[in-house]
Design a protein around this ligand. Structure first.
Ligand code: GRF
Length: 192
């Protein structure tokens, strides 16, 4: 079956949605491992589903390239068909991206190219955007610049704060991410 390694940095609600979807064989993909750059809370979801985890902390390495090489080796140990950055908050070097491309995708909480970077929800609010959303894209060497695979809009409400808006975006994001991974596994979306 089509196999996926997910990388996370935080609470892992997107990961949780993928794990739940993968439990249904009709969805056509399995999560073979979950990795993180820190002892993220979200790793607990993987443990609950009996999925192996690994943590590769940048601080343990001389530089980013050495960190990414070890992260890559951990990922490749599971020989996945696809690697999903599901709230992975570290920028990956070109060597990592190049070795996996195009089978490396990211989910981002804005309608790219608007509001790239780590504070997409805050930036959308600060800019007074009336609509924001989610983008799933192939990862390239830039920050949130790769080719788009899927987008979905989320309305910004008049009294939104960053937390509330991000929670509403994440509800849409989980659904879009699962749908996109299903389609990639079924080859109705082609990354190549
Ligand atoms: C998501 O909105 C993701 O796009 C962003 O961080 C959030 C992670 O949420 N980069 P979670 O850890 O999946 O709950």
């Amino acid at each position: 079956m089509f196999s996926v390694v997910a990388l996370i940095s935080g609470s892992g609600s997107n990961l949780r949605a993928l794990l739940e979807a993968a439990n249904n064989p009709l969805n056509g993909f399995k999560i073979v491992a979950v990795g993180s750059d820190n002892a993220a809370d979200g790793l607990a979801h993987a443990e609950l589903f009996g999925v192996p985890t690994f943590v590769v902390t940048p601080g343990a390495f001389e530089n980013r390239d050495k960190w990414a090489d070890v992260l890559y080796d951990n990922v490749m140990h599971f020989n996945p068909d696809l690697v999903v950055l599901a709230g992975f908050m570290k920028i990956l070097p070109a060597s990592f991206v190049g070795a996996l491309s195009p089978n490396l995708i990211n989910t981002h909480p804005s309608l790219l190219p608007a509001f790239p970077g780590a504070h997409a929800v805050r930036d959308a609010l600060a800019a007074g955007a009336k609509t924001t959303g989610v983008t799933i894209h192939v990862v390239d060497e830039g920050v949130d610049t790769g080719p788009h695979i899927a987008q979905r809009e989320v309305e910004v409400l008049i009294d939104d704060n960053e937390f509330d808006l991000h929670e509403r975006i994440k509800a849409v994001e989980r659904d879009l991410l699962v749908d996109t991974v299903k389609k990639i596994a079924a080859k109705t979306i082609s990354l190549a």
